[in-house]
Ligand binder design. Structure first.
Ligand SMILES: Cc1cc2nc3c(=O)[nH]c(=O)nc-3n(C[C@H](O)[C@H](O)[C@H](O)COP(=O)(O)O)c2cc1C
Length: 247
């Protein structure tokens, strides 16, 4: 498992072959085994195999071809609807669901479960890539998947057999000292370490046949303004439309 964790790379080229029997259920068992805040379990998944539906979701996510290619697309949901239904059945208040805190609990729960499932898939030799592009059009995605109120797609995940003719490489990460602070937050040495990483990342980009650029410049550009959020700058409005009060 450790070897597989360290060998992670996002896979964006898949063979069309279906997944082995039982692998989805195994990954879900791994996902459900993850910690979940207060055991609320405020997440769900929609597993999409239908090619037409995958094609539509691919377009909604900004035309990402790997969603059409991979035989399985998992949509990971923050799902407060189940507790809303339980409250309604018992004529019990469920106002706690209206708070940003509970939404965040659902997002964290979904991410922990998804990463357990990702590790499971990768340990089976399968590849995955997360799809945040699914938040480009949250209401549209919700309609297509028949999501109830207070249920939103946090991200998608392509799952399939990696196409060995177009292998993905392990992407270097920031030096550990940049992300690991001991006892107290400390930025001494950050600039120098990031400068070193810019060089490493640039070499990686070159190796991959991608336009070489400094990681730090690219990331600063990525957060420069709402125009770089692919429509996700209106997420608060979309969440309101999906029934999240976010008080
Ligand atoms: C929540 C989340 C959303 C992501 N969304 C996308 C996406 O929409 N399309 C894509 O190709 N990769 C997406 N990725 C993959 C990242 O780009 C990738 O993990 C990152 O560049 C590091 O590369 P690696 O996973 O190969 O190590 C996403 C990753 C995460 C965690």
């Amino acid at each position: 498992m450790l070897r597989h964790l360290m060998a992670h790379r996002s896979v964006r080229a898949y063979r069309p072959d279906p997944l082995p029997e039982g692998v989805l259920e195994g990954a879900m068992a791994a996902g459900q085994s993850a910690s979940t805040s207060s055991n609320l379990q405020v997440w769900s998944v929609v597993a999409v195999e239908d090619a037409e539906r995958r094609a539509l979701l691919s377009e909604l996510a900004g035309g990402q071809a790997h969603i059409r290619q991979a035989p399985l697309f998992l949509v990971w949901l923050v799902d407060l609807s189940r507790l809303a239904r339980l409250g309604a059945e018992r004529s019990h208040a469920s106002e706690g669901l209206d708070y940003l805190e509970t939404f965040l609990v659902g997002v964290v729960d979904a991410a922990l479960a998804a990463q357990n499932a990702a590790a499971f898939f990768e340990a089976q030799g399968l590849g995955i890539v997360y799809i945040g592009g699914l938040r480009n059009h949250p209401e549209w995605v919700a309609r297509e998947l028949g999501l109830p109120d207070r249920c939103m797609a946090v991200f998608g995940m392509c799952v399939g057999h990696p196409d060995t003719a177009r292998p993905a490489a392990i992407k270097p990460r920031l030096p550990q000292a940049v992300v690991l602070h001991r006892e107290r937050y400390d930025v001494a040495g950050e600039d120098a370490a990031i400068g070193r990483y810019d060089g490493i990342d640039e070499a990686f980009q070159r190796e991959q046949g991608l336009a070489p650029r400094a990681w730090s410049d690219a990331m600063v550009r990525r957060v420069a303004g709402p125009q770089s959020l692919n429509g996700r700058d209106r997420l608060r409005e979309a969440l309101g439309a999906l029934g999240f009060a976010l008080r």
